[in-house]
Design a protein around this ligand. Structure first.
Ligand SMILES: [Ca+2]
Length: 299
């Protein structure tokens, strides 16, 4: 072998060695790309599975509601329903307040009537007692006794005047006494009748009001519960729809990225093929310098 042949052989072998190194690097790159493609495919499968689940839930919900729960018209309708429910709750609250106010005013009225009855009763009792009056035992004695004790057979005045009054005075005293008793009896009956009427009426009306408040409260609580449920349902739907949109976007992006990765893999494969061809060409160019090279090349 001449020096030129030797130099050519040496430089070609060096080039081949460099090419092989390059091929190794490209193969490493290829491995990386393939792994990335695999990861993306796994991710994609997961996203698609989740998306299918969400779509199934939305479909079931739509069937349940009888309308497409993803449509803006459905959300608008729901908003209207929610607003109506809120207004109803406000109205019920107003009603409760009104009933309570009325109850307070009724209590006040009954209180006033009751107080007036008691007042009138007391006035009448006072009047009745004063009609019963006092009997003067005589201007000079300064003593007086209740009319009831006049002419009862027992001397109550020191001077015994109560048992020796003229018949006319006695009759007058007894007349006073009768009137006094009649007024007291009348007052008692009046008070009994008034309270006999007032108390049951007040009790009945109050009970009715309390019942009204309870009914209003119950329907308000029911309405509030329904409103809460609707709010929860709405936010669930919204969350599902937004998650669905996010997933759809992610899947689209993932598909685009996979296409890019597949392209890179294709390019790497082409590069490896090119390197192989180059190595073969180089080896062929020196094969006449290597004895038994056909065996080394595997021929
Ligand atoms: Ca007497």
């Amino acid at each position: 072998m001449g020096i030129e042949d030797y130099n050519f052989l040496k430089s070609t072998l060096e080039e081949v060695s460099k090419l092989q190194e390059g091929k190794k690097e490209t193969k490493n790159d290829l491995k990386g790309w393939k792994k990335s493609l695999n990861d993306r495919k796994e991710e994609l499968a997961e996203s698609q599975e989740e998306l299918e689940g969400i779509e199934a839930s939305l479909e079931a919900a739509s069937k349940n509601v009888g309308e497409n729960v993803e449509s803006p018209s459905f959300f608008q309708k729901m908003e209207t329903v929610l607003m109506r429910s809120e207004r109803k709750i406000e109205k019920l609250e107003d009603k409760e307040i009104r009933i309570e106010e009325r109850q307070i005013s009724i209590n006040l009225k009954f209180g006033i009537i009751g107080a007036m009855t008691i007042g009138i009763g007391l006035l009448m009792i006072g009047f009745g007692l004063s009609r019963g009056g006092e009997f003067s035992c005589g201007a000079n004695t300064g003593q007086s006794i209740p009319y009831m004790e006049v002419g009862d057979g027992e001397e109550d005045c020191f001077n015994g005047r109560d048992e020796s009054v003229p018949d006319g005075d006695l009759k007058q005293g007894q007349q006073y006494l009768r009137e006094s008793k009649a007024i007291l009896r009348g007052t008692t009956i009046l008070c009994l009748v008034m309270f006999g009427f007032l108390l049951p009426s007040w009790y009945r009306i109050s009970k009715e009001k309390v019942r009204h408040i309870e009914i209003t409260e119950t329907s308000r609580e029911e309405e509030e519960g329904g409103l809460q449920d609707m709010h929860r349902e709405m936010s669930d739907f919204k969350e599902l729809v937004s998650r669905k949109n996010l997933l759809s976007k992610a899947i689209e992006d993932s598909i685009q990225a996979s296409i890019v990765v597949e392209k890179a893999i294709q390019l790497n494969n082409e590069e490896i093929r090119n390197i192989d061809e180059l190595i073969e060409t180089k080896m062929k160019s020196i094969s006449h310098l290597i004895p038994y090279s056909e065996f080394l090349n595997g021929h």
